[in-house]
Design a protein around this ligand. Structure first.
Ligand code: SF4
Length: 135
């Protein structure tokens, strides 16, 4: 969705997803990451944030965040990018990896997206970052 498009996001935060295709056996395959999840109706991908609803793929966490934090930019995997400035961090529940040592397992493997998430559409996040001086 681009800034020019109207906000068509329903209250439950589930929006149609792009980057998938239909398979001959009736399943649909996600094309976002190398997991290539193949889903029947009602199933979710390994990441848990993409799901099949009827005949389409949907995003289940659009506009939701599992938390916000202002960090020093040096904490991020960036090299010489705006050194000495703060950065607004945010994320969503779910992850397409399965690391046994994950330090954020309660977020990355959460199946309680509604209880973990705050509303956070892209425009609100960008506005908040500007207001607190995160470039
Ligand atoms: S893990 Fe998620 S992003 Fe990756 S292929 Fe499966 S549904 Fe798509």
């Amino acid at each position: 969705m681009t800034a020019a498009e109207p906000n068509l996001v329903p209250a439950d935060g589930v929006v149609p997803a792009r980057h998938w295709h239909r398979l001959d056996d009736g399943r649909i395959q996600c094309d976002v990451c190398p997991r290539e999840c193949k889903l029947n109706d009602g199933q979710r991908g390994l990441c848990f944030v993409r799901a099949r609803a009827g005949e389409q793929m949907v995003l289940t966490t659009w506009g939701r965040s599992s938390g916000y934090c202002v960090d020093p930019i040096e904490k991020k995997p960036l090299n010489h990018f705006l050194p000495g400035t703060p950065v607004l961090s945010f994320g969503t529940a779910g992850c397409n990896l399965t690391c046994k040592f994950c330090q954020n397992w309660d977020i990355s493997k959460s199946r309680e997206i509604d209880t973990l998430a705050d509303a956070a559409d892209p425009e609100t996040i960008a506005r908040a970052a500007q207001q607190i001086g995160c470039r």
